[in-house]
Design a binder for this molecule. Structure first.
Ligand code: FAD
Length: 487
C-alpha cells in the first residue's frame, strides 16, 4: 500500500490526506481528493502508474484503525495525526503548511468561520515584510492585491506640537495588516479545501487529554485562551506580572493618507503612552488602524467606563488631540469602519514554558501567544506566529518517522525561543525605555543609517542585539556616524 509521500510516484501530498480521510470514515475521500489534486490526475490517474494508482485507491477505501487499535500504530510509513488547538494565526498557518507537506491534521477551535467574520476585532495584526513573505511561501497571502502596503516607519516622540524631541522616518520593504476577521475565515476555508479537518469545540483539559491520547503530536495554539495556562509562566524569561499598557484599538475609515508613503506611525508621549497607526484591510475595504497604548493609571487610561462604539471613538479622538496633536489633522474626518471595530483592554506580557504536561503525563507543545505573549506596541505577535509556524513545520518534516517525544519538543522550543526572544526584548525596551534607548532614538533622527537599522529590527528582531545592549548601542551609533560622515 502507498502510505507515505516517498512511495508515491507523483511525490504527492494527497497520499496522506487520502489515508487520513479514510481513517475518519470519509468513504468518498479518495475520489474527492484525487478529483482536485492535479498531480494525482496527471501522473497516476491517467494511467502512467496504474499499479500505484490502484494501491493508493485501495489505501483510500480501506477503513483505517485509530491509534492504539489494531491496524494503525503510527509506525514508520503510517500516517501520523497532528492536532492543533486554535484556528488563529499560528494554528491555521502551521496546519495548512502541514497539510501541504502531506500530514493528517485536525484543528480544534472554539469559534466557527462565521463567528470570527461577524465578531469583534481581535488585533491590529500589522505584519512586516519577512513574516508576510513566509505567508507567501505557504501560499496563504491572499490579499496582496487589495491590502494597502505599509512601506515605511515614522517615529515621533514629544509632549506637544511645539516640543517634538524625536522625529525620523524611513522606507521599509512592504508589510501589511489584514483584519483577522477576513484572514482567519479564508484560511479555515483553505485548510478544509486541502483536506484538513476543522472541529468547532471549546477545548478543556479533559478534552485535551482525549485529543492527545489519539494524536501523535498535539500543539496548543489557543492564543490568550484559558487553556494556555496549562503551560507554566516562565518568570525568568519575562518578569512582568501585570499589564504594562491598556490597549485601545480602533478601525477607521476617512483617515487622511500621508503625503510620502503608507507607514507604521509610532508616536510616543513620554509617561502617558503611545499611538501606533497604519493602513490596513478590513471587511469594508481599506482602512486605518489606531492602537493607543495607555500607561495604566496614567492620563490616557480612560477606558474602564466606555461602553459604546461612539464613546470609544470620541475618547480615541480626544486622546489623539490631547497627546499626539502633531498627527491629529489626519483624523479630522475619521469614522468607525463598523461597531465591532473597537477593542480595549490590558495585556500582560508573558512567556510560558513551551512544553506542558497533561495530568496523564503526556507532553503537549505550545505555539504562538501561548508561548510568548508580547505587548502589541511593536506589533510582533502575528509576525512571531508566522515565523514559528515555519519553524515548527520544518522541524516536523525533519523528524521523519521518529516519535515526537519530549526530547524533540525541548529542542524545537529552544529554537523557537532563540527566534522570538529578540521580539520580546525589543518590545520590553520600548515599554520602559532605558536611557540608552532614548539615546538611540535621538541619534536616529540625525543619522538615516541608524534609522534604517531600527526599521530592519522591527522586521527581524534577531538583528536587534545591539539595541538592547548599552555598550553595543553606543558602538553602533559611533560607527554609523563615522560611516555617514565618510559617505
Ligand atoms: C490589541 C492587540 C493588537 C495587536 N496588534 C498586533 C500587530 O499590530 N502586529 C502583530 O504582529 N501582532 C499584533 N497582536 C498580536 C497578534 O494578534 C497575536 O500575537 C496573534 O494573533 C497570535 O496568534 P495565535 O495563533 O497564537 O493566537 P490567536 O490568533 O489569538 O488564535 C488563537 C485561537 O485559539 C482559539 N481558542 C482559544 N481558546 C480555545 C480553546 N479552549 N479551545 C479551542 N480553541 C480555542 C481562539 O478562538 C483563536 O481562534 C496584537 C494583539 C492585540 C491583543
Amino acid at each position: 500500500m502507498i502510505a507515505n509521500r516517498a512511495d508515491c510516484p507523483a511525490n504527492s501530498a494527497a497520499v496522506h490526506a487520502i489515508t487520513a480521510n479514510a481513517a475518519k470514515g470519509a468513504d468518498k475521500s479518495f475520489d474527492v481528493i484525487v478529483g482536485r489534486t492535479s498531480d494525482c490526475a496527471t501522473v497516476c490517474a491517467d494511467g502512467q502508474f496504474p499499479d500505484a494508482f490502484h494501491r493508493c485507491s485501495k489505501a483510500g477505501r480501506e477503513p483505517q484503525g485509530r491509534k492504539g487499535q489494531a491496524g494503525h500504530q503510527s509506525k514508520e510509513g503510517d500516517v501520523r495525526k497532528i492536532t492543533i488547538i486554535g484556528a488563529g494565526h499560528a494554528g491555521l498557518q502551521l496546519g495548512t503548511g502541514l497539510l501541504k507537506a502531506g500530514h493528517a491534521v485536525v484543528i480544534v477551535t472554539n469559534r466557527s468561520a462565521d463567528e470570527v467574520r461577524s465578531g469583534r476585532i481581535t488585533s491590529s495584526q500589522s505584519m512586516y515584510n519577512m513574516a508576510v513573505g513566509i505567508e507567501r511561501d505557504f501560499g496563504m497571502a491572499f490579499w496582496d492585491e487589495h491590502c494597502p502596503p505599509i512601506e515605511g516607519m515614522h517615529i515621533r516622540a514629544g509632549l506637544d506640537a511645539d516640543r517634538i524631541m524625536v522625529d525620523f522616518r524611513m522606507r521599509m520593504p512592504p508589510g501589511q495588516s489584514v483584519d483577522q476577521r477576513l484572514k482567519f475565515p479564508r484560511w479555515m476555508e483553505e485548510f478544509e479545501r486541502l483536506g484538513g479537518r476543522l472541529r468547532i469545540e471549546d477545548t478543556n483539559l479533559d478534552r485535551l487529554e482525549e485529543i492527545a491520547a489519539s494524536s501523535d503530536l498535539t500543539i496548543v495554539a489557543a492564543g490568550k485562551g484559558e487553556i494556555g495556562k496549562l503551560f507554566a509562566r516562565d518568570a525568568a524569561r519575562c518578569t512582568f506580572d501585570a499589564p504594562q499598557r491598556i490597549t485601545a484599538l480602533t478601525y477607521l475609515h476617512g483617515v487622511r493618507p500621508r503625503e510620502d508613503f503608507g507607514a507604521i506611525n509610532i508616536n510616543v508621549h513620554p509617561g502617558a503612552g503611545e499611538m501606533v497607526h497604519f493602513p490596513a484591510l478590513t471587511l469594508s475595504g481599506a482602512c486605518d488602524i489606531v492602537n493607543l497604548e495607555c500607561v495604566p493609571g496614567g492620563p490616557m487610561d480612560v477606558w474602564s467606563g466606555i461602553d459604546t462604539p461612539a464613546r470609544h471613538l470620541e475618547a480615541t479622538l480626544d486622546l489623539i488631540h490631547s497627546h499626539f496633536p502633531w498627527d491629529a489633522h489626519r483624523f479630522a474626518d475619521a469614522r468607525l469602519t463598523d461597531d465591532l471595530g473597537v477593542l480595549a483592554g490590558p495585556v500582560t506580557p508573558t512567556v510560558r514554558r513551551p512544553v506542558g504536561f497533561l495530568p496523564s503525563g503526556q507532553p503537549v507543545l505550545a505555539l504562538g501567544d501561548v508561548f510568548l505573549l508580547n505587548d502589541p506596541m511593536t506589533g510582533q505577535g502575528s509576525n512571531n506566529a508566522s515565523k514559528c509556524a515555519a519553524l515548527y513545520l520544518q522541524a516536523i518534516e525533519a523528524r521523519g518517522d521518529l516519535p515526537f517525544d519530549t526530547y524533540w519538543i525541548a529542542q524545537l522550543t529552544e529554537r523557537a525561543w532563540d527566534e522570538t526572544k529578540w521580539s520580546a526584548r525589543l518590545t520590553n525596551t520600548m515599554l520602559a525605555p532605558p536611557a540608552h534607548v532614548l539615546g538611540i532614538l535621538a541619534a536616529a533622527a540625525e543619522r538615516p543609517g541608524l534609522a534604517q537599522q531600527i526599521a530592519a529590527g522591527f522586521n527581524d528582531p534577531r538583528t536587534m542585539g545591539w539595541y538592547v545592549d548599552p555598550v553595543l548601542a553606543n558602538r553602533v551609533i559611533a560607527e554609523t556616524t563615522v560611516t555617514e560622515q565618510a559617505a
